[in-house]
Design a protein around this ligand. Structure first.
Ligand code: ADP
Ligand code: MG
Length: 707
């Protein structure tokens, strides 16, 4: 039987659009290839002659894939990627034919005008120059879409004066910091062979899929990515029947295309399933180095959106597109591994004997405890404010889940200074002869913890679904580097290493045990308990932002050359501005939708009711109490709506006239958001009463149950 053209061999297409190591090995002259490898290994700059050869081969390869343009692909602080396309075509030759060229200089350096990207006051608009520089640790790729094919070169983005204007540069700096300090630490335990330690990340991406026709009828989704109005349908997620449910055909066909696109780009999309909320799904790739994982996650988000359009669907990456059901996050799985394959977070079978692991683990407890505010901040974005602490989302309090086995080892350490045994996994008897009994893990999972140790990695569950993974990993890498450095400073000077390391582990475990919490993170009791323990509970982005440039934070980031004070200050500015701007757009969208769509629709409905009362009365003396009651109720709600609408207009106007900065952001959170909620209330009530045919937009039920 002939295989349908629709089926494809995943192994054959995987990475076919990536200028990866094997392509380079095949196409580059041996010497050039070796030079590049050497440069990568030593983290040095590439010389222009070598870059010229690489650029030429890259261009030839890209043209074979149909590429007409190249683009420096970068990640400014807008949360999404940016690119500027240039055609390969250069001056026409004498016979009028175009020459295709791409030089080493064009490969390694670009000069997009930086003045329109957020810089938080780092750069005045007249100093518009910005540079993009090739990050040769992340491979170039060809993206094929409606615009044709484009050779995309992952780049870092900085200002004329060298300050970072992007997410990639600090991420790369933090990776170097954690590598260096982790190496120092394992040297103390006799490791002489590992040369590098890589922070690896696996980012699980959650998203919603809705029908595109319906999406286009929702101005709130179009302008803000979330619904600003909408009453709960009769059914939500209470039956748990969507989670891991059979994937519907339309969605399955979409996922298949997403996977195909991603595989061709070398993104190892691996897991896919339905999530808890109706219309919610998840995609997880196989983990990769933190830098590549961040790039790949951007490609995942782009691809999810792009392919949805082809299927008449719309992908919603917002953290809380629908009130009342779960929001979307991006679980950030993080580990550190040596170049010779040792995962430093692997406890082994008997963790109590693994002193190196216990030191690393307690260093992490210390790091997370001391910098809980920074971790919380790294997950802050405007959309995530609706998620943290609500429904399935982790609470806004940072705590670490260790599980029974490690918790027990830790308690032994704290009590006696020594751990003598580890709880073992036991046999799980299925009770069915034909099913195998199997060894269960020594530790169950805890889905309510924001920062859970899951076997050989930490899973940070706070980050929002539309945010870059760069920020949380910059923080994780740097705080780990600091804790390792401090431990090494002490241990390198110790006379009796064995004794010193035991004391240090006990000290860290004791001093920072308050950050460990294995219970239900969603319970009210935990909020109280966390308060007693003195753990910060930062409920909104606006309150999280100041952690970025505290003295503690500046000292941390400057020490490891990740951010300067000026860069941190600029990021603080950008975040306040972003917050106010996004809420301003939401408020204006509500004003627009309520004013032009909802209020007129409700007036039409009341007119119809009034006409019906008159008509019925004229025809006979029948009972018109229902119409009358409805008319009164709807008219009252309409009056409430109009009053709330006017109030929202007024506060928004005041807010947008304010100077940008913290005070404006606080105003938007406290005044504008409150006015938005006040407008939503009567409107959602009206939606439950007004004739569905007259309601001007699809309902929650239409959107999440009919995809
Ligand atoms: P879950 O059961 O938590 O949903 P998934 O299998 O969906 O787990 O996702 C786990 C993610 O963690 C994947 O992206 C996976 O590649 C990643 N991961 C696995 N091991 C490691 C590791 N050592 N370091 C970083 N990420 C890892
Ligand atoms: Mg998960």
């Amino acid at each position: 039987m002939e295989r349908s053209a629709e089926y494809f061999n995943a192994a054959e297409i995987f990475g076919e659009n990536v200028f990866n190591d094997s392509v380079m090995q095949e196409r580059l002259p041996k010497k050039v290839y070796q030079k590049l490898k050497q440069t990568l290994k030593e983290g040095k700059e590439l010389d222009l002659a070598t870059a010229d050869v690489i650029a030429h081969e890259m261009k030839e390869w890209a043209i074979e894939k149909g590429a007409t343009h190249y683009a420096h692909w970068f990640q400014p602080m807008t949360g999404v990627t940016a690119e500027k396309h240039d055609a390969f075509i250069t001056e026409p030759m004498e016979n009028g034919r175009a020459l295709m060229s791409f030089s080493g200089k064009e490969l390694i350096k670009g000069e997009p005008d930086a003045s329109s990207f957020p810089s938080g006051g780092l750069r005045a608009t007249f100093e518009a120059r910005g540079y993009t520089a090739w990050d040769c640790t992340s491979p170039a790729f060809v993206r094929q879409d409606a615009a044709g094919a484009t050779l995309c070169i992952p780049t870092a983005f900085c200002s004329y004066t060298g300050e970072t204007l992007d997410q990639k540069t600090p991420l790369l700096r933090s990776m170097e910091a954690v590598s260096k300090q982790a190496l120092r630490l394992i040297r103390l335990f006799g490791n002489t062979t590992s040369k590098k330690v890589t922070a690896s990340v696996g980012a699980e991406q959650e998203y919603f899929i809705v029908d595109r026709e319906k999406y286009l009828k929702r101005k709130d989704l179009i302008f803000t990515g979330r619904t600003l109005f909408g009453a709960m349908p009769p059914k939500g997620q209470e039956m748990d029947d969507h989670y891991f449910g059979v994937i519907r055909e339309r969605i399955a066909a979409y996922m298949r295309d997403v996977n195909k696109e991603l595989w061709r780009l070398g993104v190892s999309a691996k897991t896919q399933h339905n999530e808890v909320a109706p219309a919610q799904h998840e995609l997880a790739p196989i983990y990769a180095s933190a830098n590549i994982a961040a790039d790949h996650n951007q490609l995942v988000m782009e691809t999810l959106k792009k392919v949805a359009g082809r299927h008449g669907l719309q992908c919603l990456l917002h953290e809380k597109p629908f009130a009342g059901v779960n929001g979307s996050g991006k679980h950030n799985n993080w580990s550190i591994t040596t170049d010779d394959g040792i995962n430093l977070l692997d406890p082994g079978v008997t963790p109590h004997e693994n002193i190196q692991f216990l030191l690393i683990l307690t260093c992490m407890l210390k790091a997370v405890d001391i910098h809980a505010d920074l971790l919380r901040e790294s997950a802050a974005d405007v959309g995530n404010d609706h998620r943290l602490g609500a429904d399935e989302a982790p609470p806004a309090i940072i705590s670490v889940f260790l599980g029974e086995q490690l918790q027990d080892v830790l308690m032994q350490l704290i009590r006696t200074g020594e751990a003598t045994h580890s709880i073992k996994g036991s046999l799980l008897e299925t009770g069915v002869k034909t099913l195998p009994d199997f060894m269960k893990d020594a530790t169950d999972r805890n889905r309510t913890s924001p920062f859970a140790f899951t076997g050989n990695k930490f899973e940070f569950r706070m980050p929002g679904s539309q945010d870059s993974t760069a920020q949380p990993n910059i923080v994780l890498n740097t705080i780990a580097a600091e804790a390792f450095a401090e431990a090494c400073d002490f241990l390198e000077r110790a006379e009796d290493f064995e004794l010193a390391v035991h004391d240090l582990i006990k000290k860290y475990a004791t001093d920072h045990q308050r950050i460990v919490f294995n219970g239900n993170g969603y319970s009210e009791e935990w909020v109280e308990e966390a308060k007693r323990r003195g753990l910060p509970n930062i409920n909104s982005m606006v309150d999280a932002i100041p952690s970025l440039n505290t003295e503690k934070s500046i000292k941390l980031f400057e020490m490891f050359g990740v951010f300067t004070k000026a860069e941190l200050d600029s990021r603080v500015e950008i975040e306040y501005e972003t917050y106010a701007k996004e809420i301003n757009i939401e408020a204006k969208s509500m004003i627009d939708i309520a004013g032009k769509q909802i209020i007129p629709a409700v007036i039409r409905y009341t007119t119809m009711l009034a006409a019906s009362i008159t008509a019925v009365k004229a025809a006979c003396d029948a009972n018109v109490s229902v119409q009358t009651e409805l008319l009164v109720e709807v008219s009252d709600l309409l009056a409430d709506t109009r009053a709330a609408w006017s109030k929202l207009k007024e506060v928004t106007k005041r807010g947008s006239a304010m100077q940008e900065g913290r005070a404006q952001a606080v105003y938007y959170r406290d005044e504008v958001m409150a006015a938005m909620e006040a407008l939503r209330e009567p409107v959602d009530k009206l939606e439950m009463i007004v004739d569905k045919d007259m309601w001007p937009m699809p309902s929650y039920g239409d959107l999440i149950f009919e995809v």
